[in-house]
Design a protein around this ligand. Structure first.
Ligand SMILES: NC(=O)c1ccc[n+]([C@@H]2O[C@H](COP(=O)([O-])OP(=O)(O)OC[C@H]3O[C@@H](n4cnc5c(N)ncnc54)[C@H](O)[C@@H]3O)[C@@H](O)[C@H]2O)c1
Length: 158
């Protein structure tokens, strides 16, 4: 089974790639190296240097690879202070990036699963610890807001 891992050269994504390969999946990595490293490539994974916001390039991967059955979406920008300085950049990658991926995969019936790496930042200042998944989401910075908007997009699409 083929799994596409976006952000698969980053911190969490690269670990996911290693585990997936250990479990016998065929793994395709899409990462534009904004913050990832080529040193993180697993030898058995197939790597595409592309941007999640590029509709045609992402579609080309689906055409070429055929039968991608799941996406694990880790690609994104993650630095809170930077998100305050450059909010549009965060919505562009973290929210529009998801919109672009959904626009591509809606044409591919093979894709049955979309796993989104969101963030606890969607909850803002927690009223109780530990935070529960269904607690109120009130992000206090553009990073959390851009991820919450992506969650909402995915829910509407699903
Ligand atoms: N690290 C954490 O503590 C944490 C906690 C909760 C959620 N998350 C979420 O998990 C995901 C991965 O986090 P991480 O810590 O591994 O971050 P990371 O920066 O190490 O990995 C993100 C990867 O995405 C790639 N990327 C960024 N923009 C891209 C684009 N436009 N197109 C293609 N690739 C792009 C980067 O090159 C990088 O390899 C993020 O979406 C983040 O919001 C992280």
């Amino acid at each position: 089974m083929k799994v596409l891992v976006t952000g698969g050269l980053g911190y969490i994504g690269s670990h996911a790639v290693y585990l997936l390969i250990e479990k016998g999946y065929d793994v395709i990595v899409l990462d534009n190296l904004t913050n990832g490293s080529k040193n993180n490539i697993h030898q058995k994974a197939k790597y595409y240097y592309e941007d999640i916001r590029d509709y045609q390039k992402v579609k080309d991967i689906f055409e070429k690879e055929k039968d991608i059955c799941a996406i694990m979406h880790f690609a994104g920008l993650i630095v809170v202070p930077e998100s305050v300085k450059e909010p549009l950049k965060y919505f562009d990658v973290n929210t529009s990036g998801v919109l672009n991926l959904l626009n591509v995969i809606k044409d591919y019936d093979s894709v049955k699963t979309f796993i989104f790496s969101s963030t606890a930042a969607v909850y803002g200042e927690p009223k109780f610890i530990p935070i529960k998944e269904d607690d109120v989401k009130e992000p206090i910075n553009p990073y959390g807001q851009s991820k919450l908007a992506a969650e909402q997009l995915i829910c509407s699409w699903a």
